[in-house]
Design a protein around this ligand. Structure first.
Ligand code: ADP
Length: 207
């Protein structure tokens, strides 16, 4: 079936929207598999420790780990898309944007990620770094290594370089419900284009 990715800088609302989209589509009877990166596998868990500054690692090593985590993850994604709609919170766009913001050459990051399947549709939730930092500060007790304003500005600039035709942008500065409705309506339109209809009402969560 199809592989859909939700992307954006930290605090843009990806996780909130990916969950809401999975729930709404599932209620409508679509067969949904909810995924996220970093994954909950061994590499993904290790990545979270580095992001939470529990383990110190060189930034290049961290980007390589994201690629390793993805290499394991795509096997599950390929399997799931045989019969289901896969919705994934973050994918290779994150590695490229965060990696470039860390000072790694973009072309190199693109090459490393060129082995992975291109999503059928990617929704970028756009939000200014200032607003994203504000949201993070008010919602999280502890920030992660990438969540400082100057770094977020570099990440945002790097995200803006993606211009592939499978990418759609959503204004992340609206209310949560309004964004959810827009995302749902655009996803339904896309599924209709692909001739995908609801099957049975169920969500298979992998975490
Ligand atoms: P991300 O996954 O992109 O880091 P989250 O979904 O975790 O973002 O959202 C970060 C914080 O911002 C959460 O506290 C969430 O409730 C809040 N939030 C998400 N979307 C919106 C929105 N549209 N307006 C206001 N706050 C939001």
């Amino acid at each position: 079936m199809v592989f859909i990715v939700i992307e954006g800088i930290d605090g843009s609302g990806k996780t909130t929207q990916a969950k809401a989209l999975c729930e709404s589509l599932s209620k409508l009877g679509y067969d949904i598999v909810e995924e996220r990166e970093p994954t909950d596998g061994v590499i993904g868990k290790f990545i979270r420790q580095v992001l939470g500054e529990k383990v110190r690692l060189d930034l290049m090593s961290l980007q390589l780990l994201f690629v390793v985590d993805r290499n394991e993850h795509v096997k599950a994604i390929k399997h799931a898309i045989e019969n289901s709609i896969v919705i994934c919170d973050r994918y290779y766009y994150s590695t490229i944007a965060y990696g470039e913001a860390s000072g790694i050459e973009r072309r190199y990051l693109e090459d490393m990620n060129s082995i992975f399947p291109v999503p059928d549709k990617t929704f970028f939730i756009d939000l200014s770094p200032e607003k994203a930092v504000e949201r993070i500060a008010s919602s999280r007790a502890k920030t992660e290594i990438f969540e400082k304003l100057e770094f977020m500005e570099r990440i945002s600039k790097s995200y803006s370089k993606f211009t592939e035709s499978n990418i759609e942008h959503i204004d992340g500065d609206k209310g949560i419900t309004e964004i959810t409705e827009e995302l749902l309506s655009r996803t339904k339109a896309f599924l209709e284009e692909r001739g995908i209809k609801p099957k049975v009402a169920k969500t298979r969560r992998r975490f």
